[in-house]
Design a protein around this ligand. Structure first.
Ligand SMILES: Nc1ncnc2c1ncn2[C@@H]1O[C@H](COP(=O)(O)OP(=O)(O)OP(=O)(O)O)[C@@H](O)[C@H]1O
Ligand SMILES: O=C(O)[C@H](O)COP(=O)(O)O
Length: 384
């Protein structure tokens, strides 16, 4: 059984390690655009700070492939994180700088260390030597068997953070094995990283509605003109295969940008030079009609290029509609950019559960668990 950190009886002067996900969307001058992931780790960090001498924060940022990359350094955002939590954070580049530091300490991007993504046991043990307990508050990365999430649990008493624990409970409730009356709405742009999971998802839900740049690949695979819209050529074959096997809802109208003009077009009227930037109003109505008749909805990925205000309407309409049904359907919404889009909308919305995870959320939907969550089940706390 997974234990939540709230169940821990702390020994005096303990040192803790907490794996968080500070892989947050950034704007100009490294400005953090969405604080949801920071907010989700707040309770666990405060609990640890109250009970431990030192709390070492571990996080990755971006995909530096084991090499120092200035733009992906956590040093760029540490002062914003510190301000948000209202606590001083000591930033260290390597564990050699840890010495006997106390309070809240943040180690540089774990993915600058090549051992991290190799799930290297020696690296994990070295990290573990600096604490007596470990907390996973990074559900959104728990599909990655990396040293700071996976191997480390072999060496420390391990717990789920409070938010991570709530994520697990909420997603277990929507377990696809038991309840098939689910509609999945999938958008965003990370086609290649999501399409494998999607392939399995199709078998487990009643209907999948696709928007965002993700839809463009499917439209293209169907032979529909998408002009110069973003799509993924290497995913065309798998898109065709899915289209021949499963029923999916694709946009019937879209918002196109062509030079400086923005036009809503029927999907069959998109021309050379048009760039599909959002789903259109008729597509939104079609998705909403489908949602109205279901028990559960899962949503990952914005419906359009929401960062440009002209293309946030599809995401807004879907969000407002799901939120309006909050008393009658079970809704789980997840994804880094999805949450960033929702916070840009600046309206009060209600969902059954908001997950800070994107890829991890989809992988959970596919497999019913995640490798690093499974490690919490067999960690030292439950062995003894
Ligand atoms: N039609 C489109 N054209 C170009 N970009 C698009 C379009 N629709 C969506 N996007 C972009 O997709 C990005 C979000 O995709 P992504 O797959 O990262 O979603 P996500 O919800 O963050 O999931 P994850 O948490 O897995 O990252 C946004 O930057 C958005 O601008
Ligand atoms: O943003 C995410 O989904 C998580 O931080 C995981 O990042 P990754 O896809 O680079 O592993």
């Amino acid at each position: 059984m997974i234990k939540c950190i709230t169940q821990k009886v702390f020994a005096p002067n303990s040192n803790a390690i907490i794996r968080v996900d500070f892989n947050v969307p950034l704007g100009i001058d490294y400005k953090i655009l969405d604080y949801s992931r920071l907010e989700s780790a707040k309770n666990s960090i405060n609990l640890l700070l109250k009970n431990c001498k030192r709390v070492l924060l571990l996080s990755h940022f971006g995909r530096p492939k084991g090499k120092y990359t200035k733009e992906l350094s956590l040093a760029n955002i540490v002062s914003q994180i510190s301000k948000y939590y209202g606590v001083e954070i000591i930033f260290i580049n390597s564990l050699n700088e840890l010495n006997d530091k106390e309070g809240l300490v943040l180690l540089e991007n774990t993915r600058f260390f090549p051992e991290e993504e190799k799930n290297d046991q020696y690296f994990a043990r070295t990290l573990a030597q600096h604490a007596e307990l470990y907390v996973n508050e990074a559900f959104s990365c728990s599909h990655r068997a990396h040293a700071s999430l996976h191997a480390i649990t072999n060496y420390l008493e391990s717990y789920a953070g409070t938010y991570c624990f709530n994520e697990i409970t909420a997603l277990e409730r929507i377990s696809l094995e038991k309840n098939k009356d689910i509609i999945a709405i999938i958008g965003g742009s990370k086609i290649s990283s999501k399409i494998g999971v999607l392939r399995n998802l199709f078998k487990k839900v009643r209907l999948v509605a696709i928007g965002g740049a993700m839809a463009n690949t499917f439209l293209k695979a169907k032979g529909i003109e998408i002009g110069s819209s973003l799509y993924e050529p290497e995913s065309l074959d798998i898109a065709s295969e899915i289209l021949s096997s499963y029923k999916i809802l694709l946009p019937i109208d879209v918002v196109c940008k062509n030079n400086n003009s923005i036009t809503i077009k029927d999907i069959h009227s998109v021309e050379d030079g048009d760039c599909i930037m959002d789903i259109g109003p008729r597509s939104c109505i079609e998705i909403c009609s489908a949602i109205k008749n279901t028990q559960s909805v899962i949503w990952n990925g914005p419906m359009g290029k929401f960062e440009e205000p002209e293309f946030i309407d599809g995401t807004r309409l879907i969000a407002k509609f799901i939120s309006s049904l909050n008393d009658s359907i079970y809704s789980v919404v997840g994804g880094g950019d999805t949450l960033a889009a929702l916070s840009l909308l600046n309206i009060k919305l209600a969902f059954s559960h908001v997950s800070t995870a994107g890829g991890a959320f989809l992988e959970w939907m596919e497999k019913g668990s995640l490798p690093c969550i499974d490690m919490l089940k067999i960690s030292k706390t439950t062995k003894t």
